[in-house]
Design a protein around this ligand. Structure first.
Ligand SMILES: [Zn+2]
Length: 564
């Protein structure tokens, strides 16, 4: 009785937590434009769930970004990649809002950041201001929208995080986005899950034919099946006013009217986000660039997103019985698309078993795996794979094939190369590369010991040793050596490296550090004269750029500016 009560109470508290506890009119629109989205919360991305809303900024940068509610700036993070320039505001109610890919900050915050960038002599910086240092009122200007970091076009990435820094769906807080469009179904798939299970006379994944009905729902062609099976669906949602194919809010599955699984995107933790690769059919994604969300929960999948899961979302189909399976895909505004799947139980014994390529290299989820030959070695720690796998490994003369990238890795594996036969000079220029498209070597962070180089990676594929002897290139784009540039607001150069990639850069004028902002998407370093550190008439510019194996290049030029 006690345990039933406890279950009941925790059930109640979960509901309260998910709904009524969330303040509904505390957070305001962080932009002064109507909210149109290029990304929704929980949307399926590469190795992660999207943790906020991507708000479109009318194809422009520089829109005012305001504090969504009162609080103080608790963190400022500036990175070349990822969130680019990002601001975190801590609110008195315990939530944090996050604003990312910013162009720059409000004048007060910009001054706070610049002072510390100049003191550290770095562009990338992470700061944690104390409460009271940078307080903000609701709707106060805090920044200007941009396209910094890993952003594919101007937009504001906006998050609301709970007290444990878990991102939550901003729409739960009453942030409204017009959405009168019903989710789109891109495909339905059935999976035989046990050795003796089948779907439509096959033991492999089957695409299921869908017939659209007049009311907007779909009915699937009747399926013959037997044993434990599961389904997967590929779906997207579009909001009003934009063509973007965003993520849906919720998927529900029922068998004969009983709930099998609910997958709502309300909240997750960053610690679990990579397990997205277990939610989707990763192999299918890697081959087709389309994500199927599996509506069954496999062993070892710890995602907290699932609700009301019965029998792991699986269907146990028995001979000569009929079943009705239903999937409902909905967006946050309640527009929903229903798929009905009639299933006929049918025992078959004449279907050949599922084919599995067996190799000499069998790696288990709960055991570490190691292999070596020809001076190359591979180590896969336990918990790196999502299921026990026969690995396709080939040790060649100077490269090693480490399985293929149709299999996801959860943790870093280590790949090592014996380099004892190389001279010291050769070793300096050597790095471990993953062979990409057309066998192009891509730098993989290389740890060098005198006799052995290693790299840690979460991508299977072909690895080899490559050599980079070419220093980076540096060339000016908005001035020339010896020129007067009094009217320039900025000083800009482009930098590039052909193989191992840019590792660091440093610029000085008349021997004094100047801040240059690196934008990897257009290979540009930009100094802003408003920093007010260039105040002589004649100026000696010096920029040193170094690649990942230590080749470096120095660019020097003289420019003149009128004293202000
Ligand atoms: Zn985003």
């Amino acid at each position: 009785m006690k345990s039933i009560l406890a279950v009941f109470l925790s059930f109640i508290s979960t509901i309260i937590l998910a709904q009524s506890n969330v303040p509904k009119d505390y957070f305001n629109n962080p932009l002064d434009v109507p909210l149109v989205l290029s990304g929704t919360f929980g949307e399926l991305r590469s190795n992660h769930f999207h943790s906020g809303l991507d708000i479109k900024t009318q194809q422009r940068q520089g829109l005012d970004v305001v504090a969504s509610a009162k609080g103080y700036v608790s963190r400022i993070n500036i990175q070349h990649y990822g969130y680019g320039k990002a601001l975190y505001v801590q609110h008195p109610n315990g939530y944090t809002t996050v604003y990312a890919h910013l162009k720059k900050f409000s004048p007060a915050i910009e001054a706070y950041v610049k002072k510390r960038q100049y003191a550290n002599e770095t562009y990338e910086i992470e700061l944690f201001p104390e409460a009271g240092e940078l307080t903000v009122a609701a709707d106060e200007l805090i920044a200007f929208s941009g396209n910094t970091g890993g952003s594919g076009g101007p937009h504001l990435h906006f998050e609301i995080r709970d007290g444990s820094q878990r991102p939550m769906n901003p729409k739960l807080f009453g942030i409204k986005i017009n959405d009168n469009r019903t989710p789109i179904i891109d495909g339905l798939y059935a999976y035989p899950l046990d050795d003796d299970a089948h779907v439509n006379n096959s033991r492999e994944r089957q695409k299921i034919n869908l017939i659209p009905l007049e009311d907007g729902s779909y009915i699937a062609s009747e399926i013959d099946a037997c044993g434990n099976i599961g389904f997967g669906v590929s779906s997207v949602d579009q909001q009003d006013g934009a063509p973007n194919r965003n993520g849906v809010y919720q998927i529900e599955a029922e068998l004969n009217g009983d709930r099998l699984l609910t997958l709502p995107f309300n909240r997750f933790s960053f610690a679990e986000t990579r397990h997205l690769n277990q939610l989707i059919d990763y192999e299918y994604y890697s081959k087709n660039r389309k994500r199927i969300q599996k509506l069954f929960v496999e062993n070892g999948n710890p995602l907290s997103l699932y609700k009301d899961v019965t029998n792991k979302g699986e269907l146990h189909i028995q001979d000569s019985l009929n079943y009705n399976y239903t999937i409902k895909v909905s967006d946050f505004s309640g527009n929903e698309r229903v798929i009905r799947v009639p299933i006929q139980g049918m025992q078959r014994s004449d279907i050949p078993p599922k084919k599995e390529e067996k190799t000499d290299y069998f790696a288990q989820v709960n055991q570490p795996f190691a292999a070596e030959a020809n001076g190359m070695d591979i180590y896969i720690p336990k918990g790196s794979l999502y299921k026990d796998t026969y690995l396709d490994i080939e040790f060649g003369e100077d490269k090693v094939k480490v399985h293929n990238d149709h299999t996801a890795l959860h943790k870093n594996i280590t790949i090592g190369f014996d380099v004892s036969t190389y001279s010291a000079e050769e070793k300096e220029k050597l790095f471990i590369a993953r062979l990409g498209y057309g066998d192009r070597p891509n730098y993989s962070s290389t740890y060098k010991k005198p006799k052995r180089f290693t790299t840690r990676t979460r991508t299977f594929g072909e690895y080899t040793l490559a050599s980079d002897v070419t220093p980076p290139k540096i060339w000016p784009t908005n001035f020339n050596d010896g020129q007067w540039i009094s009217n320039n607001n900025t000083l800009q150069v482009k930098i590039s490296d052909d193989l191992s990639g840019i590792k660091s850069y440093r610029a000085t004028v008349n021997g004094k550090f100047i801040l240059m902002e690196y934008e990897y998407k257009n290979n540009t370093l930009t100094h802003n004269f408003s920093d007010d550190v260039v105040n002589e008439t004649e100026n000696q510019l010096k920029i040193i750029v170094t690649d990942n194996v230590g080749n470096s290049n120095t660019y020097e030029a003289t420019f003149f500016r009128k004293k202000s």
